[in-house]
Write a protein that binds this ligand. Structure first.
Ligand code: FES
Length: 245
């Protein structure tokens, strides 16, 4: 059985660039917790490997969900994966891994909110008998944002590289702390927006700017010039129907 007074292993799991991960580790480490940031931008293999190692050593494990687009379905999937690792390691159900319940990644990496979630068992959920996630206020209200950005992940835009550009886009928004903040961005993937030949399509509302973004540099330009400083990137804009008349 896991000794209750042993340090808890905390894995901060989300698309964190190294400076963000290091800062959070330094802010959240304490005598009761050993904290490690795990960057999931390009996949979850490192998270699963570390979780399996801690579970094999019968250590108390808490995974902090810092995925900016987390929702009930994502949380269920994360818990189910950890449950499978715990079962594979033969961990007693009562000593299994836990996951933070609130969508902390939506809040722009707020160390104080994460600290509260670490200290409050009521903000955590175990990974046993995974059922639909409990409801909580974040899933009932539109998140704060100034602009709504849509990236097309319809079939033709995916063939043109939309999924890798999605990662570039999300990472840059996280770096600028623009994900679902009052002056920031609500980011949504969507189906075909029709000008597929110019895709991948990225649209910004309420500005009504339609962009064709063909490579990471163009995505970064839209973020840095338009979404951060409010200057639309004329060179990448598609003409709208009224421009043609
Ligand atoms: S598939 Fe993206 S615009 Fe058609």
């Amino acid at each position: 059985m896991t000794p209750l007074d042993a340090p808890r292993q905390v894995l901060l799991a989300g698309p964190l660039h190294p400076a963000q991960g290091d800062a959070l580790q330094a802010q959240l480490a304490g005598p009761g917790d050993q904290v490690l940031a795990v960057d999931t931008t390009d996949g979850f293999d490192a998270l699963w490997r570390l979780a399996a190692e801690h579970l094999a050593r019968r250590e108390r494990l808490l995974v902090v969900d810092l995925e900016p687009t987390s929702d009930g379905a994502y949380l269920d999937w994360l818990r189910a994966e950890l449950q499978a690792l715990a079962q594979a390691a033969g961990v007693e159900p009562a000593a299994g891994p836990r996951v933070t319940l609130a969508a902390l990644g939506r809040r722009g990496l707020d160390a104080r909110a994460i600290r509260q979630a670490l200290d409050d068992p009521g903000q955590q959920v175990d990974c046993l008998d995974v059922k639909p996630a409990a409801s909580q206020p974040d899933w009932s209200l539109p998140p704060p944002h100034r602009r709504h950005v849509f990236l097309c992940t319809g079939p033709r835009c995916v063939r043109r590289g939309a999924l890798s550009l999605w990662k570039v886009l999300r990472r840059r928004l996280v770096e600028h702390d623009l994900v679902e903040t009052p002056g920031g961005i609500l980011l949504t993937r969507n189906g075909c927006q029709f000008p597929c030949n110019r895709g991948p399509l990225l649209t910004v509302y309420p500005d009504r700017c339609w962009y064709g973004v063909q490579d990471p540099q163009q995505v970064l330009r839209v973020v840095d010039e338009h979404l951060l400083h409010g200057r639309p990137v004329a060179a990448l804009r598609l003409p709208l129907p009224e421009d043609e008349t």
